[in-house]
Design a protein around this ligand. Structure first.
Ligand SMILES: C[C@](O)(C(=O)O)[C@H](CC(=O)O)C(=O)O
Ligand SMILES: [Mg+2]
Length: 295
């Protein structure tokens, strides 16, 4: 029997502690992440919004926008993919059920669903609002019941730390685990002690979102390991770097009338072909032509 994506994610989690999960904004980056040695990758909601659609992370993108990006990644990369599904693309339990089933069908291994209101914001922005614990528990139950692969890894994210404090956030997280969450995402935690408290209380893998320029300090792997964190996430690191590099190139070519000053910042043609297996495809194409010729 083929190993499911969910089972692969669980194997990665068992093999590496904490498991480093990097954001891959597209299929090409998924291949780069695999090449760099990561055991799992991530599709960021903020990344789908900003990268694929040029929109802010405010709950604007739909399930279909996310599924398109998932499929493109899982078509070429066999690393287990964790997906940000924001508030689950509700409002009802039926929508959430459809979301989870579609994710599994498109090859995702794990996801996180959060307790913000539908008109959500980035977790590191002010003005967040959260739904009641009862409503979040319903979301998690709907998601857990919808798993067509029992190994699909369901993470409940709570944004409550910034809104109601750590104590309340931990209580919520415990309620989510009782409702069927396999892991907990403690969003916008601001110190190691908070992670430690979550880890001790929830007894399931805890995710630390180490996103740049946000509310969480850029804790190292060792620091997070010492707090018992199981998953460390870098959702948009490569995306931010890629955008900066693109801006530099656009500015330089516009300014200089040529690209010679920025050539050394570019991936070469050979490197690109190597990363996407271009030559192997070309060999198959040549073989195909030979076959055709013989006919
Ligand atoms: C993890 C996150 O949900 C994402 O969409 O990637 C964002 C990351 C970010 O905006 O830096 C979040 O933390 O809300
Ligand atoms: Mg997000």
């Amino acid at each position: 029997m083929m190993t499911s994506a969910g089972a692969k994610f669980r194997a990665a989690l068992a093999a590496e502690q904490p498991l480093q999960v990097v954001g891959a904004i597209n299929a090409n980056h998924a291949l780069l992440a695999k090449r760099a040695g990561y055991k799992a990758i991530y599709l960021s909601g903020g990344g789908v919004a900003a990268g694929s659609l040029g929109l802010p992370d405010l709950g604007i993108n739909t399930l279909d926008d996310v599924l398109t990006d998932i499929r493109r990644i899982t078509d070429v990369c066999d690393l287990p993919l964790m997906v940000d599904i924001d508030t689950g693309f509700g409002p009802s339990a039926f929508n959430i059920e459809r979301t989870i089933k579609s994710l599994i069908k498109f090859g995702a291994a794990a996801c996180h669903i959060e307790d913000q209101v539908g008109a959500k914001r980035c977790g590191h922005r002010p003005g967040k609002e959260i739904v009641s614990t009862a409503e979040m528990v319903d979301r998690v139950k709907a998601a857990a019941d919808a798993k067509t692969d029992p190994d699909f890894f369901l993470i409940a994210r709570t944004d409550a730390i910034a809104v109601e404090g750590v104590e309340v956030a931990i209580e919520r997280a415990i309620a989510c685990v009782e409702a069927g969450a396999d892991g907990i995402f403690a969003e916008a935690a601001y110190d190691l002690d908070t992670y430690r408290r979550f880890v001790d209380a929830v007894k399931v893998p805890v995710l630390a979102n180490i996103t740049e320029f946000g509310k969480t300090p850029l804790f190292t792997r060792e620091e997070l390991a010492s707090a018992g964190v199981a998953i460390q996430l870098y959702p948009l690191s490569a995306f931010r770097a890629m955008n900066k590099a693109a801006e530099n190139v656009y500015t330089a070519i516009r300014r200089d009338g040529h690209q010679k000053n920025v050539l050394n910042t570019m991936q070469t043609r050979e490197e690109l072909y190597d990363r996407i297996g271009y030559h192997a495809f070309e060999e198959r194409l040549d073989a195909l032509f030979n076959t055709n010729k013989q006919k």
